[in-house]
Write a new protein. Structure first.
Length: 403
C-alpha cells in the first residue's frame, strides 16, 4: 500500500473544498478534472479521509503469467525466428492457442532483447479503393529467391482486386512470358468473371515498346500485344501505370508474400516449385484471402462469361493468315491443310486467324468460328526458336531491375 505525491495534492485540494475555502470548479481547474469528478472525490474524502487515495500493490488482473511469457519467447527462438510480429501472433493463435494482442507480444520480445523497434517511416496518403469488386484488377510479377535452396530466381505472377484486397490467382513461373501472364488473367476470369479494368506496368508483354519510323518497319501484327488483343476481345480496359508506386496494392502484396509465404514454405519443408505452387493454390491463398480480404458488403461488377465462349481462342497468340489456293496455310514452318466444313467447302483466298496455344495446339478461325484444329510437332524448330528468343528477351528486359 502506498501514496503518490499527486494523491497528497488532491487530498489537500479537496480538504479546501470541504472546508469551503475554495469552490469545486476552482479545484477542478487546478487539478484538471471535471466538476462531476471533483464531487465524487469529495464524497470519498469525506467518508474515508486520506485512505481514499491509498493504492494497493496488487498485480494487474491481465498480467501475462511467466510461463506464457517463456513459451512465447521459446516458440519465437526455436521455430519462428524470422517471422514478423504480426505473422508470429497469427501462428501463436492458430497453432498454439496463445491469444495476446500485437503490442503485448511486441513488448515481451523487446524486454527479452529479441526485437529492436525501428524508426517509424513516413506514411504517404494512399489512393482510395475502388467502390465495387471487379472494377479494377492490379497484376504484376515479382522475381525473387522464393525457395532459398534453389539458386535461380523464379517469378511469382499474381493479381489483386483493388476494392476487396482479394487475390484470385498467384503462381510461380520460371520466366515472365506472355502465356504465363495470360494464364493469370484467364484463371481470374474463370474464377470470378470478366472484370472492367486491368492495371499493369509497361512491360513489353502488355504494351508494345516498338514503334514505326524511318528506319523501322513494323507490321500490322505488332500494333497491339497479344495480351492487349485478348483483353479487347473480352471488353477489359488496359491501364498502364507510370511507376511502381502507382501499383501500390500489388507491390504491398509482394512484400507480404516475400515475408509470409517464404517462411510458410520453410515451415513445411517445401524445396521445389511444384509443391510450392500446390501449397500456394490449396492452402496459402485461401488463408490469405480469409485473413486480409474484405469481401463482405462490397458489391460485385464481375460479369459471367458468355456461354459457349472458348477461352483457348482468346488467350493465345493469334496471327492473321490468307488461305492458299490449294486450301492450305503455312505456319511455323509447317503446311496445314484446311478440310471442308459446314461453313464452306473451300477456304481458298479467305482470311483466317491462327490461334497458337502454349502446348503447340492450333485453332484456325474463320469469322470467329473454329474450322480446324492442329497440333504442332514437339520438334518444330520455329516454335522452339521463338520460345528461346522470348526467354532471352525476358532476361534482358529485367536484368538490371531489382525487386
Amino acid at each position: 500500500m502506498y501514496l503518490k505525491m499527486e494523491d497528497l495534492k488532491k487530498y489537500e485540494m479537496l480538504n479546501l473544498v470541504i472546508q469551503k475555502k475554495i469552490k469545486g470548479y476552482e479545484a477542478a481547474q487546478m487539478l484538471g478534472y471535471t466538476q462531476v469528478h471533483i464531487s465524487r472525490l469529495k464524497k470519498k474524502v469525506e467518508d474515508k479521509g486520506l485512505a481514499a487515495f491509498i493504492r494497493n500493490n496488487k498485480e494487474p488482473f491481465n498480467k501475462m503469467p511467466e510461463q506464457k511469457k517463456n513459451a512465447i519467447v521459446s516458440f519465437y527462438k526455436d521455430t519462428y525466428w524470422d517471422f514478423n510480429i504480426m505473422h508470429f501472433r497469427d501462428k501463436l493463435i492458430e497453432e498454439h492457442k496463445i491469444n495476446y494482442s500485437y503490442e503485448t507480444i511486441r513488448k515481451v520480445l523487446i524486454e527479452q532483447g529479441i526485437h529492436k523497434p525501428k524508426k517509424k517511416k513516413k506514411v504517404y496518403r494512399r489512393r482510395r479503393r475502388m467502390p465495387y469488386a471487379g472494377m479494377l484488377i492490379q497484376m504484376d510479377s515479382s522475381q525473387h529467391n522464393w525457395i532459398p535452396e534453389i539458386p535461380e530466381k523464379w517469378w511469382l505472377t499474381a493479381d489483386i482486386d483493388d476494392a476487396t484486397n482479394e487475390v484470385p490467382f498467384a503462381r510461380f513461373y520460371p520466366s515472365d512470358g506472355v502465356f504465363n501472364n495470360m494464364e493469370a488473367i484467364r484463371k481470374t476470369v474463370e474464377k470470378k468473371g470478366v472484370f472492367a479494368c486491368l492495371y499493369v506496368d509497361k512491360a513489353s508483354q502488355f504494351n508494345t515498346t516498338r514503334h514505326g519510323g524511318i528506319h523501322v518497319n513494323i507490321s500490322d501484327e505488332q500494333k497491339d500485344t497479344q495480351i492487349e488483343r485478348a483483353l479487347q476481345e473480352l471488353g477489359i480496359n488496359l491501364i498502364l501505370a507510370n511507376s511502381c508506386q502507382a501499383k501500390g496494392r500489388i507491390e504491398r502484396l509482394f512484400r507480404t508474400f516475400q515475408d509470409r509465404l517464404i517462411k510458410e514454405l520453410r515451415l513445411r519443408g517445401i524445396k521445389d516449385y511444384r509443391l510450392a505452387n500446390k501449397f500456394l493454390e490449396e492452402e496459402f491463398l485461401p488463408y490469405y484471402n480469409k485473413r486480409f480480404a474484405h469481401i463482405e458488403g462490397v458489391e460485385s461488377l464481375y460479369k459471367e462469361l458468355p456461354k459457349g465462349l472458348n477461352l483457348d481462342t482468346i488467350f493465345c497468340k493469334k496471327y492473321p493468315r490468307q488461305v492458299n489456293p490449294d486450301n492450305t496455310i503455312k505456319f511455323e514452318g509447317e503446311i496445314i491443310q484446311i478440310p471442308p466444313s459446314k461453313y464452306r467447302i473451300s477456304f481458298a483466298k479467305c482470311s483466317v486467324d491462327v490461334c497458337l496455344l502454349e502446348n503447340g495446339k492450333i485453332y484456325i478461325l474463320y469469322q470467329n468460328q473454329t474450322i480446324h484444329t492442329f497440333q504442332l510437332s514437339k520438334s518444330n524448330n520455329c516454335a522452339i526458336i521463338e520460345k528461346e528468343m522470348e526467354e532471352f528477351l525476358n532476361k534482358r528486359e529485367y536484368a538490371n531491375l531489382t525487386f
